[in-house]
Design a protein around this ligand. Sequence first.
Ligand code: ADP
Ligand code: MG
Length: 568
Amino acid sequence: MTFIHLLPDHLINQIAAGEVVERPASALKELLENSLDAGATDISVILNKGGIQKIRVSDNGAGIAKGELSLALERHATSKIASLDELERVASLGFRGEALASIAAVSQLTLSSRHASGVHAWRVAADGGQLSPPEPAAQEQGTTIEVRELYYNTPARRKFLKSEATEFGHCEDAFKRLALSRADVGFSLQHNERVCWRLAAIAESPQQRIAAVLGEDFARSSVMLDESAAGLRLWGMAGLPTYSRGSRDAQYFYVNGRFVRDKLIMHAVRQAYHDVLHLDRHPGFVLYLELDPASIDVNVHPTKIEVRFRDSQAVHRFVFHALNKALASTLQQSVVPPQPSLAATSSTGGAPDFEYRHQQAIPLGVTERSQLYQTLFGQLAKPPLSNQDAPVASVEEEIPPLGFALAQLHGIYILAQNRFGLVVVDMHAGHERVVYEKLKRAMDNRALASQPLLIPVSFPADRLDVTVAEENGEVLSQLGLDVVPLSPTTLAVRAVPLLLKGADVVLLARDVLREIREFGASRALTERSNELLASMACHGSVRANRSLSIVEMNALLREMEATERAGQ
Ligand code: ADP
Ligand code: MG
């Protein structure tokens, strides 16, 4: 018979570790946040074997006094809040007092620190949560925490760690997120004895930090923005549509200095890009939202990646308007202003929508087209439309819902005429939907045929993408893709889905790898498969500015009608 009993502390910590420290990158994130909370202006990170063997973070922050060293490693021990009231206004990155205790429970950890008031430094060591008494150590003011052999004492968890290269990739992502959150702090990162990043503290312009982390090409093709209203401020850099990324890897959003991936925010951002970003479904941006800490709840998720806004509608509106305004101001000439939607088909998951828009005043030389229009309609209805004796009803029956193409507008839209008037069809979105439905059917039937490329296309990739490709050959082939590593930083595409044979194969491969990397292969193929197929479809569809013949346009309109019927 078993009795209800309290779990021993170290077991509680090991369980908590499962939530807070999923992998080396999450431990690194917690350590970096602690250094920032301690007021550090210089932080260096040393990793070995993807952080699995060693993560060492040193800072020049306030330090921890001798008497508090072991307390820092206790669960629910924090210097950052003391009451519920303070929790509601928390401005520091940490506050749960959980991270160090959790990390210490599943690793060999040493903590050395010299507090501003100390004569020298002290150090404590924890082995699987067992603490040793403090002993003197050599260390400048600040704190160094070294975490070795993460999960050495919980083999079941250790098994879940991926290859060294994958874990390093995640660590690097975490490092970049934190480095972008504080341009005024210097950061460096070393992996397996090699220096990967050295970012000097920049007092005045965070742009420089953004450019250093995301690259000059992002900095060149983005706009600065800084908008405030009603206690809210949004600032940072928003990539222009010319900064084409086939993936979400350049999206950084911070709420009061904290990196978040929030549904509401992402929705507002996508809306703001909706009218300007025609082809690239994934804009790049580094944006900082600032608001009264009392108006958000950051204690929603153990890793604090989600936040809850007291007035979410107001935040949504503000983010949308601030960003939309910044984008519109630079893109006015190249963009068709949004028109009221005439009809929108229902959408499933991340599937693209058709857009039919009211034709308003777009100056066009339509006169020379009317001849063609007559010809098309004339073919359908005999005697021709112009003949007043024609039985109008029968003519109407034969005019398809999207009508007949008259012209291509701005290289983006098809102007067509149906029995109600003019219809403007977004040809990219339309084609995308057609391709999407075909892909989806093929996937459902496990019949996504792939087309080997005559000449494989190689492209530079980061290490994480290379290992993701290596580890997920099976999944990629289910998607009709064959992507193989050529070197630690080069991948080659050898086959693509037959349905996407005209696609930019590199963008396509990058997008798919990104999805697997972000959500894991099994989620990518199940709950996220609609999003995945939608972004694949995007690559297989007609690009803007490609001119289509009237025959091609009509073929597309007919396919769209057929797809729509099939899809519903
Ligand atoms: P939290 O950050 O939620 O308070 P942690 O477990 O991450 O909890 O850290 C516990 C405490 O240890 C912190 O509240 C802080 O007082 C102290 N601490 C941790 N890291 C550092 C550091 N790098 N410099 C100074 N103090 C630190
Ligand atoms: Mg912390």
